[in-house]
Every structure is written in structure tokens, then in C-alpha cells.
Design a binder for this molecule. Structure first.
Ligand code: AMP
Length: 397
């Protein structure tokens, strides 16, 4: 691991890629600065080394090429300055020559935040000559943007080749990789993965890869209905993917072949429409009557899933097991959060990733009882699918 822990950056100008893609309200005010807080250990280490820092980050998905005010990092720059309790340099300049001029005047402990790196159309194309020019701004490169590590972009990957001896993982990135490796390399057994959400199609690769390492796979959320239908149960009007019935059957076979136990819901909370105030009923078993759709897991399922989770030593959770955004159907997802917290208190290692599961963990109040909460949904999934993340490879090679 190319860690920054034992490296001194004194007197160096460090190009640091972070994930400052924070949520904002309609007035552009930051509503949650968790991502910025998570980058602080690396920034503080560099400041205490008396380095100067040039921060690269993206914000949203600008499409036009060039400056677009709604995607400006200016509010982030202001907030960063408050967090660091010091003035930082921010300009909406996109001319790299002019930025280089400013950079050349930077002194020890100066911090400069570049405007949204995706305003440069070359960024997402991995353009090598742009990467070379960008790299000339600094003496070392640190990637601390785990949330963007699955992207082969200039600031997350391409630029690293210009720092063959001075490229590192930041503390956040290092922590993510150490924890993800605990899941992949000799996890403590039994290892249970809880996979939820709406689409089988987005979880095929992770389910197949997990079948090689997990002992138990729990499937919840809308994707469970594609599996239940493939097994011959009636699912009423529940959301499912017709095109993936065969894939679901193949996954079931694959799990059997690898001796991985599959747990699907055995009862449901159902509704006559996709609405918090719909007519709500419970089922006795797996089957859902016509005119109703599955919206959450039922009590018997919660008991079953709890038993499996509480007997596990390693737990991974990605994806809600019901329509948790509606209070009438949130019980299953919050019960899973509570149960994982309890298993962790009993000594299990637990990892939670993906926007919805992370938000459920925070709302449930159990976030301090989870071993590791990932900052990267897509990046975590791809890592657990067995793929090499370009942002990781670029530092390691
Ligand atoms: P994904 O984007 O695939 O991770 O899925 C997350 C979404 O799945 C959330 O917005 C949930 O509301 C949704 N979801 C979970 N369970 C169900 C269900 N039973 N029916 C419809 N949507 C669901």
C-alpha cells in the first residue's frame, strides 16, 4: 500500500484528488459535508508537513465543456476555508497556464482548490496530454477520492503515470482498501452478504463474485421478486425484471454450485399501490396476491434474516430491503440496520456501502456500531465484483 503515513511532504506542492461531490439544496447550500470531513485527515497531515496543496475535485455532471455556474465548486471552496479556518485560493480560471502562474507563487501550507475538474472535457476522456500538463502543477500526487476510484479519468487515474515515484493513496482511500480487503481476503466465517435494491441487473456480477467468498447471501428489496418469480412463486404486481428471470435462475444455480446459502423473503408487507398511504396488508408466505405489490419484508423474514446475520462473523450490506423512503415500508431496512449493529457489538466485522444503505444506517442511529461505512457506492460494488479500480491500479502499478 503506497501510504502517506510515513512520507514527509515538507516543501512539496501536492496535487490531491478528493471527493467533494457534496449534496446541495435548491439554493446551492451544502446540506451534508461528510465527504469533506472525510478528506480532512489527509489535508491536515499535508498542512502539518508544511506542504502546499492543490486540490482537484468534481461536482455534479457538467455536460457542456467549460464553466457552468450550477456546477461551480465555489460554495465548496467557502466551506473548506471555514473548515480549515484559513483562507484558501480559489479561482474560476480554467486556463492551466494561468493556474500554473498562481501555483508557482504558492507558499508552504497554502491551499488552492481548482474549479470543477469536469469543466475540462479532457478529464472524463482520460486525455494523456491534459494529464501531463495538469501534473506539471505539482511535485507529488495523492488520490483520496475513493468515490471516484472506479472512473478512469485524468485526475483519478491518468495523471498518476507522471509521478512514478511520488504517487500515493490518501488516508481515506487507504482505509477503504484495508476494509474491503477484509471482505475479500480470508473473511472471518460465516460471511453473510445482504444485497437489496431494485434491480437484479445492477447486482449480477457482485452476486456471482460473492458466491465464491460468502457463506450466506440474503436478497431483499424489489430484486427479490425477480428471484421469487423465477422460483415459481406468485408476486402479484411487484416490481420485477422479466428480462432477468433466466439470469436469476443462473445465479441460484451458481450459488448452489458454490455451496452458498441463499435466503429470500418468506413473507411480505404488501400494498395496493406504490404509495405510503396505500391499503397495506401482510402475507402469510412467499406468495403475493394479484392487485398487490411487495413493498417491504415481513416479520417472519426479519426473524429469519436476523438469525442469519447474528450468527455471522463478517457482514456486508448493500441496498435497502424495502421502499424505505416511505415510512410505511421502512421497518425491514431499519431492522436490518439494527441487527447488523447488534452483530457488530457481538464481535462481527460489518461493512455497509451504497447511498441508500448508508443513509438508512445514519437515520437509524446505528452508524457508530458499524465497523466500516464505505464512502463509495459504485466503487465499492465494482471492487466486490472483483474488478480492478482504475484509481487504485494507477497508484499501485
Ligand atoms: P437501487 O437503486 O437498485 O440500489 O435500489 C434502491 C431502491 O430500491 C430504493 O429507492 C428503494 O425504494 C427501492 N426498493 C426497495 N424495495 C423495493 C420494492 N419492494 N419495490 C420497489 N422498490 C423497492
Amino acid at each position: 500500500m503506497k501510504s502517506i503515513k510515513n512520507v514527509s511532504f515538507k516543501g512539496k506542492k501536492v496535487l490531491l484528488r478528493v471527493d467533494f461531490n457534496v449534496p446541495v439544496d435548491e439554493k446551492g447550500r451544502i446540506t451534508d459535508d461528510t465527504r469533506m470531513k472525510e478528506a480532512m485527515p489527509t489535508i491536515e497531515k499535508l498542512l502539518s508537513d508544511d506542504a502546499s496543496i492543490i486540490i482537484m475535485a468534481h461536482f455534479g455532471r457538467p455536460k457542456k465543456g467549460g464553466f457552468e455556474p450550477e456546477f461551480s465548486l465555489e460554495p465548496v471552496a467557502k466551506h473548506l476555508s471555514e473548515m480549515l479556518n484559513k483562507q484558501i485560493i480559489f479561482s474560476n480560471e480554467l486556463d492551466l497556464d494561468k493556474i500554473a502562474e498562481t501555483a508557482s507563487k504558492m507558499k508552504e501550507r497554502d491551499v488552492m482548490l481548482l474549479e470543477n475538474i469536469r469543466f475540462y472535457p479532457q478529464e472524463t476522456k482520460g486525455d494523456v496530454s491534459f494529464a501531463k500538463k495538469l501534473s506539471s502543477l505539482g511535485d507529488a500526487y495523492i488520490n483520496d477520492a475513493f468515490g471516484a476510484a472506479h472512473r478512469e479519468h485524468v485526475s483519478t487515474a491518468t495523471i498518476a503515470q507522471f509521478f512514478p515515484n511520488d504517487k500515493y493513496f490518501g488516508f481515506l482511500m487507504e482505509n477503504e482498501l484495508i476494509n474491503l480487503q477484509k471482505l475479500i481476503n480470508n473473511p472471518k466465517k460465516p460471511f453473510t452478504a445482504i444485497i437489496g435494491g431494485s434491480k437484479v441487473s445492477s447486482k449480477i456480477d457482485i452476486l456471482n463474485n460473492l458466491s465464491l467468498i460468502a457463506d450466506n447471501i440474503i436478497i431483499g428489496g424489489a430484486m427479490a421478486y425477480t428471484f421469487l418469480k423465477a422460483l415459481g412463486f406468485s408476486i402479484g404486481n411487484s416490481l420485477f425484471e422479466e428480462d432477468n428471470l433466466t439470469t436469476a435462475k443462473e445465479i441460484i444455480e451458481n450459488l448452489k454450485k458454490n455451496n452458498t446459502k441463499l435466503f429470500l423473503p418468506i413473507d411480505h408487507i404488501i400494498a395496493d399501490k406504490f404509495d405510503n398511504n396505500a391499503k397495506i396488508e401482510k402475507t402469510e408466505n412467499e406468495n403475493i396476491p394479484n392487485g398487490f405489490m411487495g413493498m417491504d419484508i415481513g416479520e417472519k423474514t426479519i426473524e429469519l434474516f436476523d438469525r442469519v446475520i447474528l450468527s455471522s462473523k463478517t457482514i456486508l450490506w448493500n441496498g435497502p430491503v424495502g421502499v424505505f423512503e416511505m415510512s410505511s415500508f421502512a421497518n425491514g431496512t431499519y431492522s436490518i440496520a439494527k441487527c447488523i449493529a447488534n452483530a457488530t457489538k457481538q464481535g462481527a466485522f460489518s461493512a455497509v456501502g451504497g447511498g441508500d444503505s448508508v443513509s438508512a444506517i445514519h437515520h437509524s442511529g446505528y452508524s457508530n456500531d458499524i465497523s466500516y461505512i464505505s464512502t463509495g457506492g459504485g466503487a465499492m460494488l465494482e471492487y466486490l465484483e472483483g474488478k480492478t479500480l482504475p484509481g487504485v491500479k494507477a497508484i499501485e502499478e
